[in-house]
Structures are given as structure tokens and as C-alpha cells.
Write a protein of this length. Structure first.
Ligand code: FAD
Length: 310
């Protein structure tokens, strides 16, 4: 028996990992290989579940999200990880330093918690946007710009991110139009013009499609801007309120962490999109591996010096 783990207490896990995407599975792989008793909660679809192919992850180029997850899950299970199809509803920090974790089916206790709950892309209220995701609606050219290269693009959404997005898109197409009701200052307009980006001061109200093809966007003023792909600068929000109940969060509900994924509460880590909104799959997986040694160290230290009951 490995004395440093919780395997001698049936009801206590070393770590509860909440979220079974790239970040959570990667953390779980490290922790199970470090012989920590780990439960992983899979509460539903991952952020990119609607796309047909993963890009920008060396070794997984062209895999489907389902293939990627299946491979990760079987690796974690092969080292003893216990994946539960449950949403975590509540986590309570106990005075003795342990955590009570309420899944939708049952409660467990864990010595440490890893939040890998991801984020939600808050799409503007434009009909058809959600349905077009993964086809002609895109959020980031890093993931799908190459697949629609050289086509006419329209970018819209958060004004503070639009100028940067418009410029960035010119790496993939020379036909980029930024559509926004926002009045950009003259310096921004001159810069966008310098990159060859057109600007239209108007509000996007709809997508015009023919079959499965996007042909233009419709605007509030009644005009149409021809395009075959739209890129949306959408706000992010935390996918779960668990972090807010456990540790310091920012105004959008994301856990505030140090470079090792540590939150303001000892024993709680946050990784992937749950703390870093710009993390791609490869960064999210890396963040899971990154915290692994620190979680193990915490478990070893607290097994030597358990927190006294208050
Ligand atoms: C349209 C689109 C396309 C993308 N394409 C790519 C790409 O090609 N390449 C790339 O590198 N990145 C891509 N991304 C980004 C990628 O999706 C994220 O980087 C990645 O999903 C982040 O991994 P994560 O593990 O942090 O979060 P996720 O993968 O979102 O996993 C979080 C998991 O936690 C679960 N969860 C949340 N709350 C709870 C709870 N309370 N209890 C239990 N489970 C919970 C969620 O259901 C989800 O399964 C794309 C994103 C979008 C939106």
C-alpha cells in the first residue's frame, strides 16, 4: 500500500478534478501516474465540441474533439483515474482542510481540488450565429483561419478587441471588413486602413446563407456586406461558479491564479480556460501537467502536517 495516498480511506480521494477537457485530463494523467487517488468529473460537452477537426495541436492535427478526449480518458483510466459523468454542484472547504464535493449523484471528500471547468463564449444575439459555429462562424483564426483562407471575412463583436482581430485576420485573407456600430478613433481607422482592413459603422443583425454557405451579413441600416466567413470577438465568462465560492475570482468569474495554477485558497488549483481565457488545447493540457508536481507536493506536505481542526 502506498502510505502517502488516501487509498486506505475509501471515502476520501486525494484530488477531485472538476472538468474532463484537455486541462482536467492532463492534470489527472499526472496525478494518477504519481499514484494519487483521483476522481475526475465530466459535466458535459467541452468548449470546442461542435467543431469537426482540431487544429494547432502538434500530433493531433485533424483529430476530432471526441477522438482527442477518448484517448485522454483511456490514458487516465489506465492509471486508475475514476471518471464520473457528473456535474459538480458545490464544493465546501472544511475546517480540517479537506473539501466536500457534491456531484449531481453523490458527495465525496477530497484533499485537494483542481478546477478545470473551462469557459463560455458569450455570442452576440444575432440569429444563426450559434448554429454556424464550426462552419462559417469562427471565434479565432488560430483554430480555423487556414481552412477559410483567402475568402472574404467580416469581423464583429466587442469593440475593444475588434481592431486587433481585424488586423490579425489579414494574415489569412486580404478581404477583411470590420463591422461595428462603435466609432473608432481616427488613429485606429488609419491603422486598419494601412493593413487593408475595410470598416463599416453599422450593427450586424443577421447572417444570410444559401444552403450551408454564408453569403453576407445583414446590418441594422438594411445593407448587406458580402462574406463567406465571420469572426466574432465574443466576451468570455467562467463556465462555473465553483471558483467564486472557493477562491478569489476576477470580474468575469475566472479564478485568479499564480503561474503554478495556485488559487487564493490552499489546496485549490485552477487550470486551462477556467483561469486563462486565451489558452488553446495545447496550453490547457500543458497547464494540467504544470500543476501536477505542486499538487503532489501539497498532498505530501499536508499528509505530514494535517491541518488541525478549528
Ligand atoms: C469553436 C471553437 C473551436 C476551437 N478550436 C480549437 C482548435 O482547433 N485547437 C485548439 O487548440 N483550441 C481550440 N479551441 C479552444 C479549446 O476549445 C479550448 O482551448 C479548450 O477547450 C480548453 O480546455 P479546458 O480543459 O480548459 O476546457 P474545456 O475543454 O471546455 O473543458 C471543461 C470541461 O469542464 C466541464 N465542466 C464545467 N463545469 C463543470 C462542473 N461544475 N462539473 C463538472 N464538469 C464541469 C465542461 O462541461 C467541460 O467538459 C476552440 C474553441 C472554440 C470555441
Amino acid at each position: 500500500m502506498n502510505r502517502n495516498t488516501s487509498e486506505d480511506h475509501d471515502d476520501i480521494f486525494d484530488v477531485a478534478v472538476v472538468g474532463a477537457g484537455a486541462a482536467g485530463l492532463s492534470a489527472a494523467l499526472f496525478l494518477t501516474r504519481a499514484r494519487r487517488r483521483t476522481v475526475i468529473y465530466d459535466g458535459g460537452p467541452v468548449r470546442n465540441s461542435m467543431i469537426s477537426k482540431i487544429h494547432e495541436y502538434l500530433g493531433y492535427e485533424g483529430s476530432t474533439p471526441a477522438e482527442f478526449l477518448e484517448r485522454g480518458r483511456s490514458e487516465v483510466v489506465s492509471y486508475g483515474g475514476e471518471i464520473r459523468s457528473e456535474t459538480v454542484l458545490k464544493i465546501e472547504a472544511r475546517p480540517d482542510g479537506l473539501f466536500d464535493v457534491w456531484g449531481s449523484k453523490m458527495k465525496i471528500t477530497a484533499r485537494a481540488v483542481v478546477l478545470a471547468t473551462g469557459l463560455v463564449d458569450v455570442l452576440p444575439m444575432v440569429p444563426g450565429l450559434k448554429e454556424g459555429l464550426g462552419k462559417y462562424v469562427h471565434l479565432c483564426p488560430c483554430f480555423s483561419g487556414y481552412e477559410v483562407r483567402d475568402k472574404p471575412f467580416v469581423a464583429f463583436g466587442l469593440p475593444e478587441r475588434l481592431a486587433q482581430l481585424g488586423k490579425f485576420l489579414t494574415a489569412w485573407s486580404s478581404d477583411v471588413t470590420v463591422v461595428s456600430p462603435h466609432e473608432f478613433d481616427s488613429e485606429t481607422l488609419t491603422r486598419l486602413d494601412g493593413f487593408g482592413v475595410k470598416t463599416v459603422q453599422d450593427e450586424v443583425t443577421g447572417l444570410v446563407t444559401e444552403g450551408d454557405q454564408l453569403v453576407s451579413i445583414a446590418t441594422a441600416s438594411g445593407t448587406e456586406v458580402p462574406c463567406e466567413a465571420v469572426f466574432v470577438a465574443a466576451p468570455f465568462k467562467a463556465a462555473s461558479e465553483l471558483a467564486a465560492s472557493l477562491c478569489e475570482v476576477d470580474e468575469a468569474g475566472f479564478a485568479v491564479t499564480d503561474t503554478y495554477g495556485r488559487t487564493s485558497r490552499p489546496g485549490v488549483w485552477a487550470i486551462g480556460n477556467a483561469t486563462d481565457q486565451l489558452a488553446h488545447l495545447v496550453h490547457s493540457a500543458a497547464s494540467g501537467a504544470n500543476i501536477g508536481p505542486w499538487v503532489v507536493d501539497y498532498l505530501l506536505e499536508t499528509s505530514l502536517n494535517p491541518k488541525k481542526k478549528e
